[in-house]
Design a protein around this ligand. Structure first.
Ligand SMILES: *Cc1c(COP(=O)(O)O)cnc(C)c1O
Length: 407
């Protein structure tokens, strides 16, 4: 038994706050978006946390997501619906990336993607707050993580995905107990249906950032990086950005860690990576505006970042700008080449979205935005095994003489 989940550790949530207006919302109540339709952020009594626990105590605990309990929203251990959320390793890719390039390999999490971080938190909170039915639009991995955690605690789920969602995602969602539907539209079209049902009181809306706790789960990527780098953050982070939960979450984590006195004021430059076939955040960054317009006719091999419109757009843009980073678009050819290079040269199979971060790193290096001597972290958000791979067609007839030289 994991001692992080047997010991009773308190949560220090004080309230929630509108990310746009700062308006306060009560903790321990079910919330969606704020009154102005923007994400809610969870706030903690950081003074009390710094008195209750030290960073060294946390560092001495088993290295999973639940070592950060004091900085997470779940109050009761009994409500934690865990499938074993390990700390993910930082894997060097010296040949395809460079001497100081590390891949945070999130493909090793339950359900094979970092959506597990967000959904384990959101589902545990839904359980704690008495939710019995959830619906969600998804490009695949979020739906799979929702299905797994919700089935585990008996919450009913309805999942809607674009009709061209990878077959494996649709099937994994179904086999893990959700009612999954393909829809002839994109993720925001699916989201509109989910929103309508929620307005009618049919279910709770679990769309990205439309409930407050997924950010808290994704925040653990930032907490983990701080601990893994000895409380001194890397120089640059490349994050494949769809809804942006992880980027927003990490930025929040760094802020909380500094207020706790566990890290200094140094921040990584945050690079939001998108595909050139769906790059609303890149366009908004380049235009110098605070909100992104919907990206029409979105297309890319990296389905996980095919999000034409993100409700947290201004939070992504704010974090990227404050950090001194940039939003970068990469095309599908560069993405597929990056996946291929990393697999062939470093033996690490990335998902296309992870490949996008290496493609963006290469572009940033060429443009002088990062130096080879700087430490860069690339996020591989899902296991490469979920995605189509190039054909391998060699075939050997064992009844014929074997031409050993040709093997
Ligand atoms: C969800 C997802 C993303 C985007 O993550 P956000 O935090 O929502 O921006 C990237 N890659 C994969 C594989 C995903 O499943």
């Amino acid at each position: 038994m994991n001692e992080n989940l047997s010991a009773d550790r308190p949560s220090f949530v004080t309230h929630l706050e509108c990310s746009m207006t700062g308006e306060r919302y009560e903790a321990d109540k079910l919330h969606g978006l704020s009154k102005v339709g923007r994400p809610l952020l969870v706030r903690y009594d950081l003074d009390a946390i710094s008195k209750a626990v030290s960073r060294d105590e946390i560092a001495a605990r088993p290295t999973d997501l639940w070592r950060w309990r004091e900085l997470l929203p779940v109050r009761h251990t009994r409500d934690i619906v865990s499938l074993g959320e390990i700390e993910t390793p930082l894997v060097p890719i010296p040949a395809s990336g460079g001497a100081n390039v590390l891949v945070k390999d999130e493909g090793r999490l339950p359900t094979g993607s970092f959506k597990a971080r967000g959904l384990v938190m959101a589902v545990s909170m839904a359980k704690e707050l008495g939710v019995t039915k959830i619906a969600m639009p998804t490009n695949g991995n979020a739906g799979a993580a929702l299905a797994a955690y919700a089935s585990r605690c008996g919450i009913e789920t309805i999942v809607l995905c674009p009709e061209d969602t990878p077959e494996i995602n649709v099937r994994e969602i179904a086999v893990q107990g959700a009612r999954v539907w393909r829809v002839n539209g994109l993720i925001d079209d699916c989201g509109a249906i989910v929103g309508k049902g929620a307005a009618e009181g049919r279910w709770f809306d679990f769309s990205t950032l439309k409930e407050p706790y997924r950010i808290e789960g994704k925040k653990t990527m930032g907490l983990e990086l701080a601990a893994q780098f000895g409380w001194d953050l890397p120089d640059a982070i490349f994050y494949p950005t769809g809804g942006g939960t992880g980027l927003i979450g990490m930025w929040k984590a760094f802020d909380e860690l500094e207020k706790l006195g566990w890290i200094g004021s140094k921040r990584p430059r945050m690079y939001a990576v998108q595909a050139s076939g769906c790059a609303p955040i890149v366009k908004a960054f380049d235009d110098g505006v605070e909100h992104a317009e919907r990206w029409e006719n979105s297309h890319t091999v990296a389905a996980g970042i095919r999000v034409p419109k993100a409700v947290g757009d201004f939070l992504i843009l704010r974090a990227v700008r404050e950090s001194g980073g940039k939003a970068i678009a990469v095309d599908d050819d560069a993405i597929l080449k990056a996946v291929d290079d990393t697999a062939r040269q470093d033996g690490l199979l990335l998902c296309p979205e992870g490949g996008a971060t290496l493609a963006a790193y290469r572009a940033a290096l060429a443009d002088g935005l990062v130096r080879e001597s700087e430490t860069a972290v690339l996020f591989n958000c899902a296991t490469g095994l979920k995605y189509p791979m190039p054909e391998a067609t060699n075939w050997l007839d064992r009844h014929q003489p074997v031409d050993f030289d040709s093997l």
